[in-house]
Design a protein around this ligand. Structure first.
Ligand SMILES: C[S@@+](CC[C@H](N)C(=O)[O-])C[C@H]1O[C@@H](n2cnc3c(N)ncnc32)[C@H](O)[C@@H]1O
Length: 239
């Protein structure tokens, strides 16, 4: 499916992910993405007062984990789907340092130079205009702040390519180098990509609509999720 008008594309995403949320998919994804999220968090360093944005936060489970790591900080989850945001707010109502907002990656409803980390799991390939979204991430990050994008659908992992036909919304299929190029184009430095392996075994006979066989899912997990990282320069480039 191709991306045409970005406004229509955002509306389509909102409708589709509202459906996912109502069907409980937001909470299911906590389980599906737990291993790669743990791999990512294990290699990040957190300060107690970090200000973190989770972009495309879904049902908010990652934000819940992050607030435990930054008890004196602030965590904000943003998602295009209002039903995801509603459920996340309901689940984490008692967490005063955690907030959920409906919004788009391409037009982040937040002040500039605020966060020192932006994290996004399994969302960036849906963004109709990822280059514009990276400019927005750059804007809301403090100088020296970092971005971590983790995705399972990317060019080098051929075992996820069939998802594109099964999904009801358009997706981008880019390589690690292409994602890094978009980050660099938005002003980030030290753009790099790496892999995070999902070490969980796949039982024989495992069936899912997303994979042709248990063996294909095994290969998909061995290939790993693509982690794309970058840093907003600590000193503005005009100095
Ligand atoms: C596959 S889900 C992943 C959700 C969550 N990060 C997780 O790992 O469970 C993708 C999420 O990205 C959100 N999303 C897609 N496009 C977006 C956009 N342009 N701006 C903000 N959120 C978006 C969807 O609404 C959905 O909740």
């Amino acid at each position: 499916m191709k991306h045409n008008d970005p406004i229509q594309a955002e509306e389509r995403l909102r409708e589709e992910f509202n459906r996912w949320a109502s069907a409980g998919r937001g909470e299911e994804m906590a389980e599906e993405h737990a291993a790669i999220a743990a791999g990512l968090l294990a290699q990040m360093e957190f300060a107690l007062d970090d200000k973190i944005l989770d972009l495309g936060c879904g049902a908010g489970w990652l934000c819940g984990l992050l607030t435990d790591k930054v008890p004196q900080g602030q965590v904000v989850g943003i998602d295009v789907a209002d039903e995801m945001v509603r459920r996340a707010r309901e689940r984490y109502a008692e967490r005063v340092s955690l907030m959920f907002i409906r919004g788009e990656a391409e037009d982040i409803p937040w002040d500039e130079n605020f966060f020192n980390k932006v994290i996004s799991i399994e969302s960036a390939y849906y963004w109709p205009e990822p280059g514009k979204a990276f400019q927005e991430i750059f804007r809301v990050l403090q100088p020296g702040g970092t971005v971590h994008i983790l995705i399972n659908l990317y060019k080098e992992n051929v075992h996820s390519h069939q998802w594109r036909e099964k999904l009801a919304v358009a997706t981008h299929l880019l390589s690690g180098d292409e994602w890094c190029g978009l980050l660099t184009g938005a002003g980030f430095e030290q753009a790099r990509h790496a892999r995070i392996i999902d070490p969980r075994p796949v039982p024989d006979g495992y069936q899912s609509k997303w994979f042709e066989s248990a063996e294909q899912m095994r290969r998909f997990r061995q290939e790993g999720a693509l982690l794309v990282t970058g840093r907003k320069p600590a000193v503005p480039s005009w100095r």
